[in-house]
Design a binder for this molecule. Structure first.
Ligand code: ZN
Length: 314
């Protein structure tokens, strides 16, 4: 429920005026013009990869701010008091959902209490559930087969569904019409899907196996016909820890399936990944599944990941 009581609005206005005064003071000292225009509409997105696509959709129809610094682990990141101010003065908050932003629960509650509208990506797409044999911990109800996978950005067509829904909400809630931009973005995401499929098509059937840092590539595997057979951290989040028994079982799977390469990510211990590589003979390859590339492009992000997977499994 969104709190639309006078106290919620009042709090939001007080914070907004406080921030505006702060921005003026900073501007006077540095001449920097990075702060959003007070009259303009501000959309705050939690996470960098999602932020890239939202910026592409919105263009200059609104100011889009991304809260987490690129390269921060979204599973672990916690907002500062200043970040919470940014959130509570936004017109719309775009979040991934399904617990991806594990450290932001209280901040989301505060934004909602301040009357900020919310768009939760995972409410608008077909959610993938963990399948058996993927390596997640069957004793943890949040990670066992059937658990909902938050890594929706790993499939361009799932992202397209989310952006279509966001375009509709932008129009309904904020009066911003990005229908034409959504159509253009949707076409480019469909092309990207074809390109990723083509990049991954060089991997022979027997080698279409993925072992990753944590269970992050389920949507990619589902879309492009790859198999998840295990993860170094057997979990949908990086905050879990693998046990010695987990790692021994994973090494056995890697050996049995003759997996040529395993992929590490942000939040995986490089030492642990290398130990499995040394034990099994699999090459250890770093994959940027939660970090935007330098050009800030989602298409580059997906193609980089697909190319690294294809080059190392083919
Ligand atoms: Zn993740």
């Amino acid at each position: 429920m969104v709190d639309r009581t006078p106290s919620g609005l009042g709090m939001r206005l007080r914070i907004a005026s406080f921030v505006a005064v702060g921005a003026l003071a900073v501007g006077a000292c540095t001449g920097a013009g990075a702060s959003p225009t007070p009259e303009g509409t501000t959309i705050v997105v939690t996470y960098s990869v999602l932020g890239a696509v939202v910026k592409d959709l919105v263009g200059d129809a609104a100011t889009v701010q991304v809260l987490m610094p690129n390269g921060a682990d979204p599973h672990e990141w916690e907002p500062s008091a200043r970040d919470i101010e940014t959130l509570t003065r936004a017109d719309l908050l775009v979040e991934n959902g399904l617990g991806l932003e594990g450290g932001m629960g209280n901040a989301f509650d505060q934004a909602e209490a301040a009357g900020v509208k919310r768009f939760v990506v995972s409410d608008h797409v077909t959610i993938r559930r963990v399948g058996s044999g993927e390596g997640a911990n069957p004793e943890d109800p949040d990670q066992a087969p059937g658990a909902e996978d938050p890594h929706v950005w790993m499939d361009p067509l799932t992202v397209r569904d989310a952006m279509d829904a966001l375009a509709a909400q932008l129009k309904a809630d904020l009066g911003i019409d990005v229908t034409a931009r959504a159509k253009d973005l949707g076409a480019r995401l469909a092309t990207l899907n074809d390109e990723v499929a083509s990049i991954l098509s060089v991997i022979p059937e027997a080698r279409r196996t993925l072992v990753t840092g944590h269970e992050s590539l389920g949507y990619l595997a589902q879309r492009y016909d790859l198999r998840l057979i295990g993860a170094i951290i057997p979990s949908l989040t990086t905050s879990a820890e693998p046990s010695a028994a987990d790692l021994a079982a994973l090494a056995e799977k890697v050996r049995a399936a003759k997996v040529p390469a395993i992929f590490t990510e942000l939040g995986t211990s490089p030492k642990v990944a290398q130990a499995i590589g040394d034990e099994t003979g699999a090459k250890v390859v770093e994959l940027a599944t939660h970090v935007l590339p330098e050009d800030g492009s989602y298409a580059t992000f997906m193609k980089n990941i697909a190319s690294l997977i294809a080059d190392n499994l083919r």
